[in-house]
Design a binder for this molecule. Structure first.
Ligand code: 0GY
Length: 306
């Protein structure tokens, strides 16, 4: 089956630079995706965009190029609740990839067990309206209770403006809750403004809530270094991510977000994204927690606690 990429979509960055920052041994890219290839793993009929292909082999090549040891592959909305591409990538990784799936209420226990065997350790609930159709909260709570029994967690993706409305639902979840991209703060608002302070309060008051301090390229208004001279890339995101890393060093994760769905103006060089890390995790101790200890504890606990 042939698919036509959504108009304006940028392909992922070919030939990324080699990072200047040396990742700690055993680092995990804890947020990335595979797309298709569409011929092998067709995109979902209900998708809101059609991506370019981004295969498991290309993801693993990027992992090795950047210096990561492992990946957490998050189901992208263009595949809906058809987890085959993600699960296949996990199975092909020699244990070096875990997955986060999207499932519907109709998923059987057998299917969940098969996903677990493939390496899946979480489900993703997406509240970003441009990406998905609405799913009733009672369905999501039912799924959370079921996957909680397998020891899985729930990944949530939402826009900062929606946190007040989602607060009661999130705090009712019986599992660890991992927030994508710090709940997408508006980085033109002050760090001590109401929006970001609410997010910090959410994490402070709920010890089961973790955050990915990822996607500066999505959140930044300042842009990459080409747009701002010698300054660090995406410098306007640094204070936000750094605040989360320093307040909750044991509950943060980092990921490239490769192949960067839905970017139309600027496609990041993944090597430069890695060079962003020491700006937000400024000591070797914070870097080890962010990149190794925390993701290992969540996704490979059997190895971490050995
Ligand atoms: C991300 C962000 C986006 C898309 C998806 O599954 C997806 O389609 O997550 C986005 O468009 O902001 O984390 O990959």
């Amino acid at each position: 089956m042939s698919f036509e990429k959504t108009s304006g979509w940028l392909d992922w960055y070919a030939g990324p630079s080699r990072p200047k920052f040396t990742l700690p041994a055993g680092s995990v890219d804890a947020h990335c995706h595979v797309f298709g290839p569409g011929d092998e793993f067709p995109f979902a009929p209900e998708r809101k965009y059609t991506p370019c292909d981004a295969s498991k082999a290309q993801l693993f090549a990027l992992r090795d190029h950047l210096g990561f040891a492992r990946n957490v592959i998050v189901q992208a909305t263009c595949h809906g609740a058809d987890n085959r591409a993600m699960a296949d990538a996990c199975r092909s990784s020699n244990g070096r990839a875990r997955g986060v799936a999207t499932v519907r209420r109709s998923v059987t226990d057998r299917e969940l067990e098969a996903l677990h065997a493939d390496g899946v350790r979480g489900v993703r609930f997406n509240f970003v309206k441009r990406l998905v159709d609405f799913t009733p909260k009672d369905e999501l709570l039912e799924i959370a209770a079921r996957v909680g029994q397998l020891g899985w967690h729930v990944v949530v993706y939402f826009e900062a403006v929606d946190l007040p409305e989602l607060w009661d639902f999130f705090t009712a979840l019986p599992t660890t809750v991992v927030v994508d991209h710090m709940g997408r703060p508006s980085v033109d608002q002050p760090l001590d403004g109401a929006e970001f302070q609410l997010f910090l309060k959410f994490m402070r008051e709920h010890g089961n809530v973790w955050s990915k301090v990822s996607c500066p390229e999505r959140l930044s208004l300042a842009g990459p270094p080409a747009l701002n001279g010698e300054q660090s890339a995406y410098r306007d995101v640094v204070p936000f991510a750094r605040a989360v890393v320093e307040a909750f060093p044991d509950r943060v994760l980092w990921g490239t977000d490769w192949p960067h769905p839905n970017l139309k103006n600027h496609m990041p060089d993944d090597g430069l994204l890695v060079d962003f890390i020491p700006h937000i995790a400024t000591t070797a101790d914070l870097q080890r927690k962010l990149l190794v200890d925390n993701p290992m504890r969540l996704y490979w606990p059997e190895e971490f606690w050995q």
